[in-house]
Design a binder for this molecule. Sequence first.
Ligand code: GLU
Length: 282
Amino acid sequence: MSFRTRFAPSPTGPLHLGHAFSALLAYDMAMAADGVFLLRIEDIDQSRARPEWEAQIYDDLHWLGIDWPEPVMRQSERQDAYDAALDRLWAEGLLYPCTCSRADIAAATSAPQEGTPLLGPDGIVYPGTCREKSDRLGSRPRGMTLRLDMRKAVAGVSDLRFTETGTEPAAVTVSSAELITQVGDAVLARRDMGTSYHLSVVLDDAAQDISHVVRGADLFEATQIHVLLQRLLGLPTPIYHHHRLIRDENGKRLAKRDDARAISLYRSEGLTPDEIRSKLSI
Ligand code: GLU
């Protein structure tokens, strides 16, 4: 199997040490396997994506010694593909519109008789408020949040599995019961975006013919949604490699706002790419 992987940053802030680790690891794995490393710009959230962050991503990655074939895939140019997949799932009756706000969901799950709200890969597991009351007839509504009806989605699906080679190597089985109770009706199209992270990442990995997804362990739980979507949309399931997360000295995971660990800052202080690698033990 040829090895094709990608690094898929969102241009919503500076690349920090955690991104450098992810990109270098994926790049090194691709080079060691005589494979291909691709870059993808995950800019579906146009309210937060900025051209200057995108330019900084290219610059920082080149400085780290990473290169990639052009043209780079940008999610903001892929809405037709996302629409086609949403149309298909809608026609199969697997989606429904949802009008709940975050506050509605919090209120619906915080009633004392509900117990502690269950947390899934996207936060509180959706309690299903709109599932039965929404109209699923006619053509797919635009400009609305669309959720996957998880019960229906898993009904005809068996043996969902994927191979994990990262932090805890395993053949992972995705259980339908857990998808229903612990993931629930995931959002596949956000009102303001017309797509979602889950849908776009699955379609783009397939479009880029990705054989190995290398990314942080924080996305391990989301992988079950991705594997289900691959099955529903007739797409191949890549091999997944979820790597350890880079933490700050307090053990907290680095986030975009951790500008103190921005690659650009280390660069301006005169660190070399090799010193970044040794900081990351890579
Ligand atoms: N765009 C995601 C991020 O910035 C990465 C998605 C992925 O690798 O699947 O964290």
